[in-house]
Design a protein around this ligand. Structure first.
Ligand code: GDP
Ligand code: ZN
Length: 458
């Protein structure tokens, strides 16, 4: 079957030094050849790169100097013929190049269509395709590591092992039923089923418990900085932002825009939320009242409440404590360079089991302790990319939860001495649910929807 040839700009639009227009499909090479002045691309060997000029064949006009990579199927990202045209990327010239490619027989790719083809052509499985998307969006190196592991197939391997265990058990039980060599086939099968189900159950549970951390790495900790005027909220924000380094990657096709509202704390992305202006707010309680500010603040995973060490605690401070009392927060006693007027004991008491950190932001003091406190709050100790979660994707988390439920049903059925074929329905369901993670048992409509979330050109 002939695959139409798709194309898109596969680097972020903007000021980048180079831009890449990518083509994939049966005519990728011939289309590129029509507009290329240089070597005959149809004749060159696969996986080679060529310097030349792009010409408009109709106007016979030179558009750009480029480097063209020619990669023939099947050893390419999509398993189709792929051509990448590297040019110096002003927006206008890249667009002109893209138009020329379109005019010569390619079709504009839908968002995610390159990755979708890689999936449909069996180059990667669904969890790996999703990892490509995560990689593009990763905010910190650690989040990127999670995505890379997933792309590497680590999650797929784990999930496939679990599925294998389940299917073997089902097969085994069926054999036992069909060829009863023992008197107590039923009992033995039940016992084995119970054991295997329990085993897989525990492993899925483990994957899930790591998933929360993965999700935080992927989406960031929604963080709000609150406090009275002049306590040092802006200073804190600046100190946090200074810690942030832009992330660049040299993995092809994953150039990412740096997203400014994220700060990187020891590899954990903090997403500074600004719902109803609570990111850095002085009079949130004043303005909307304790109850409503509590609602607004609920949007945050973490609240940083800043107090002034050089002043006594005020009614306003106490109201802020009241507004966040059931939420996750860290108290920052700032301006410790000033003589202490704040009643620290009262602060400790109000904070209860939440952490209290002291800082003198004006002297750059205390940021380390704050970072450690944030890291501890969400990860209980140092974050080690060696044992990071492979699961970070909400879809995967939901499927794992449903798998647990199915396995739980199976265990209940076994314990209730239900007929073995009823138990098998639940086990098979668990097998199918795990299959959806890697895309083995997944619906077409879901696939379309998943890939439509991708960026253009990936
Ligand atoms: P915000 O109104 O809560 O955002 O507070 P700012 O960050 O704008 O700080 C208010 C003032 O307090 C500024 O003049 C800061 O330089 C000063 N400030 C911030 N942190 C400290 C500190 O640790 N010690 C002292 N003495 N002054 C600080
Ligand atoms: Zn401020």
């Amino acid at each position: 079957m002939e695959q139409d040839t798709i194309t898109a700009i596969s680097t972020p639009l903007g000021e980048g030094a180079i831009a890449i227009v990518r083509l994939s499909g049966d005519h990728a090479i011939t289309i590129a050849n029509k507009i290329f002045q240089g070597q005959d691309l149809v004749e060159v060997s696969s996986h080679t790169i060529h310097y030349g000029k792009i010409i408009d064949p109709i106007k016979e006009e030179i558009i750009e100097e480029v480097m063209i990579s020619v990669m023939r199927a099947p050893k390419t990202f999509t398993k189709e013929d792929v051509v990448e045209i590297n040019c110096h990327g002003g927006i206008a010239s890249v667009n002109r190049l893209l138009e020329l490619v379109l005019a010569n027989g390619a079709r504009l790719a839908e968002p995610g269509e390159f990755t979708k083809r890689a999936f449909l052509n069996g180059r990667i499985d669904l969890s790996q395709a999703e990892a490509v998307m995560d990689l593009i969006r990763a905010k910190t190196d650690k989040a990127m590591n999670v995505a890379l592991k997933q792309l590497d197939g680590k999650l797929s391997t784990l999930v496939n092992q679990l599925r294998q265990k389940l299917i073997e058990t089902v097969a085994h039980v069926e054999v036992n039923i069909d060829y009863p060599e023992y008197d107590d086939v039923e009992e033995m099968s039940n016992h084995m089923l119970r054991e295997k189900t329990e085993e897989v159950y525990r492993e899925v549970e483990q994957l899930l418990s790591m998933a929360k951390q993965g999700k935080i790495l992927r989406e960031g900790i929604a963080t709000a900085i609150i406090g009275r005027p002049n306590v040092g909220k802006s200073s804190l924000l600046n100190a946090l932002v200074q810690e942030t380094k832009a992330i660049v990657t040299d993995i092809p096709g994953t150039t990412r825009d740096v997203i400014e509202e994220y700060v990187n704390i020891r590899g954990i992305p903090l997403r500074l939320v600004d719902t109803a202006g609570i990111r850095e707010t002085e009079d949130i309680v004043e303005k909307i009242g304790v109850e409503r500010s509590r609602q607004a603040l609920k949007q945050a995973d973490l609240i940083l409440l800043v107090l002034n060490n050089g002043e006594e605690l005020t009614e306003e401070d106490r109201k802020l404590f009241e507004a966040i009392k059931d939420l996750e927060y860290i108290v920052i006693v700032n301006k410790t360079d000033l003589p202490t007027k704040l009643d620290r004991q009262e602060v400790e008491q109000l904070a209860g089991k939440q952490k209290v950190i002291t800082t003198a932001l004006i002297e750059d003091k205390g940021i380390d302790a704050l970072e450690a406190a944030i890291s501890d709050t969400f990860f209980e100790g140092e974050l080690d990319s060696g044992d990071l979660s492979y699961v970070s994707n909400v879809r995967h988390i939901q499927l794992l939860q449903q798998t647990l439920k199915a396995l739980d049903d199976a265990k209940d059925a076994i314990d209730a001495n239900m007929p073995i074929d009823l138990v098998q329905i639940d086990v098979t369901r668990a097998w199918e649910l795990l299959g959806e993670i890697v895309g083995d048992t997944v619906q077409d409509s879901l696939i379309d929807q998943l890939f439509s979330q991708f960026c253009l050109g990936k």
